[in-house]
Ligand binder design. Structure first.
Ligand code: ZN
Length: 278
């Protein structure tokens, strides 16, 4: 891992010295810096390592050992991946694991390693909403938000340490930091807006109502008033504001999506399935 980082990132760093300096020099502080020092296969390697750390820590991340429940959620993921908007279907893993705790959250490691908590599966009320959330996580992986943030966070440090040659341990620190506390999974507001937008695009041509993720936002906002601790973890990794619901409504209007029906929400089948969760 350390050698992998040194060899690959350093080569790309030199290639990218000028663009990085240019972009950083021009950055006004608003809008995401859309460059990435990592390749898509780096995302896969990082995700694989993170996945190993997660499965090696059952105290914090107990994986639900139920093939039928995992297959049901994986079936939704596989259906979303049929969208022509998906770029890394053959490259990224796109395998889901259910974490067997009552936390209400989901996350994506780089390279398409996806995780959803049982608490979230019990919290949502229809399959279209779950599909919206899974599509949102797929979008974080597809848009490579983690490694873009790492580029932004470490770009200059890396550059200076390479140019000055005074701190060979910087790259090793990055590798280690990645796996501590899942810090790389903390998304910015811009990442959230973009993941919502792509979630909508992925679902637009699917059997699900593409705006159903807003029901999740609305239910959180309602319950967060009385039980804020319930959503602490979710909101620390996926910032939520009223603009996210407004933007979903804008996309629904823009594409003239008619009001949802049971035929594209799948409320009854979902709520039946939900009762079978342990
Ligand atoms: Zn998110």
């Amino acid at each position: 891992m350390k050698n992998f980082f040194k060899k690959n990132v350093l080569i790309r760093l030199f290639i990218l010295v000028f663009p990085v300096t240019f972009f950083v020099g021009c950055e006004s502080g608003s809008g995401p810096m859309d460059i990435n020092l990592f390749t898509a296969s780096d995302d896969v390697q990082l995700g694989k390592q993170l996945d190993s750390s997660i499965t090696a820590n059952p105290a914090e991340y107990p994986i639900l050992n139920s093939t039928s429940h995992t297959q049901y959620v994986q079936g939704i993921v596989d259906e979303i991946l049929k969208s022509p908007e998906i770029e890394y279907k053959g490259t990224f893993s796109y395998k889901i694991k259910i974490i067997n705790t009552n936390t209400i959250n989901a996350f994506a490691a780089p390279g398409g390693y996806l995780y959803v908590y049982k608490g979230l599966l019990k919290f949502v009320d229809n399959e279209a909403t779950l599909a919206g959330i899974l599509a949102h996580e797929i979008a974080h992986a597809e848009r490579r938000h983690s490694t873009k943030r790492m580029t932004k966070q470490y770009g200059i440090t890396l550059l200076l340490s390479v140019i000055l040659g005074n701190d060979p341990s910087v790259l090793e620190q990055i590798g280690a930091n990645l796996l501590s506390g899942l810090a790389l999974l903390k998304n910015s507001r811009d990442d959230e807006y973009e993941a919502d937008e792509y979630s909508f695009l992925y679902l637009k041509s699917s059997k699900w109502y593409p705006g159903a993720i807003k029901y999740f936002f609305e239910k959180i906002s309602e319950q967060n008033q009385s039980e804020p601790s319930k959503f602490e973890e979710l909101l620390s990794t996926h910032p939520l504001d009223s603009k996210r619901t407004e933007k979903i409504d804008e996309y629904l209007n823009l594409f003239n999506i008619p009001a949802p029906t049971e035929a594209n929400l799948f409320t009854t089948t979902y709520q039946q399935w939900r009762t079978t969760l342990p």
